[in-house]
Design a binder for this molecule. Sequence first.
Ligand code: 13P
Length: 312
Amino acid sequence: MKSRVQSLKSRVEELRRRRNAVILAHNYQPQDIQGIADFVGDSLDLSRKASKTSADVIVFCGVRFMAEVAAVLCSEKTVLLPDLNAGCPLADTITKEKLCLKKKLHPEAIVVCYVNSPVEVKAESDICCTSANAVKIVNSLKNPEILFVPDENLGNFAASKTGKNLILWHGSCPPHVELRAEDILELKAKHPEAVVIVHPECREEVIRAADEVLSTGGMVKYSREIDAKEIIVGTERGLLGRLRKENPDKIFHLASELSPCAQERGEKLFCPDMKVITLEKIIESLSEMKYKIDVPEDVREKARRSIERMLK
Ligand code: 13P
């Protein structure tokens, strides 16, 4: 007899075929969602996949801004987000209105917008970036003034790598900023053989203490290729399942779980928004074609320019 999960998976399969749908999942999604996805990746990989798919329907298992990027790049397709509660507190730190006020203070500045932002903000920006390409994008700009929104830590990281002076926005990702340098130093002292990899949304002090600073896709590649047997990971815990599955011969530790200081502070490296989508909600989404992510045409056209400039 089929288990409940197996029956849910079969139902997803049936609907996926019927709708000619593709299921895209972010690296932070729960393992059962990653398991049924056609493609799992970081923000950059997922936007590339969305732009190239021949499916009629894209079911986006991630958070809202990611589904919006897919909707911008694929106007002729239906983009579904199985739960509209999948938001992003970092993206919520900025609005189109707030950005326009800031632009007035820096009229000469080119605006680089991290993908973790509302689509209306992308429409008011000159070029997008993700955590995988922020350094490259900033480096490619010749403008003397660069306004980088909304993640302050990623902006600082890009500034330090490129030697450029960026005007920053004070936004941050709650799970990532909870991690502290003392956690990393403690872990390195206790596990001298382990390498420490962290996401660039972490605090500057954490980035300085880590061995490598990588996007989630970068972490997947690095873990596959590195000779080290033990890896301490400073990013949202959802990535650990994928890393362990793909590298059974290596030991992965979530930075916050290994550090007594982080445990004491209740640090979990957990993003609740990334966990709201379930197999049941994907079935509902494909059955009822909900929730459609629609972007108004004028916003879409402007946002498309900044996203495509990044992809090029
Ligand atoms: P990636 O660019 O690694 O997908 O990171 C996205 C993100 O939201 C990190 O918090």
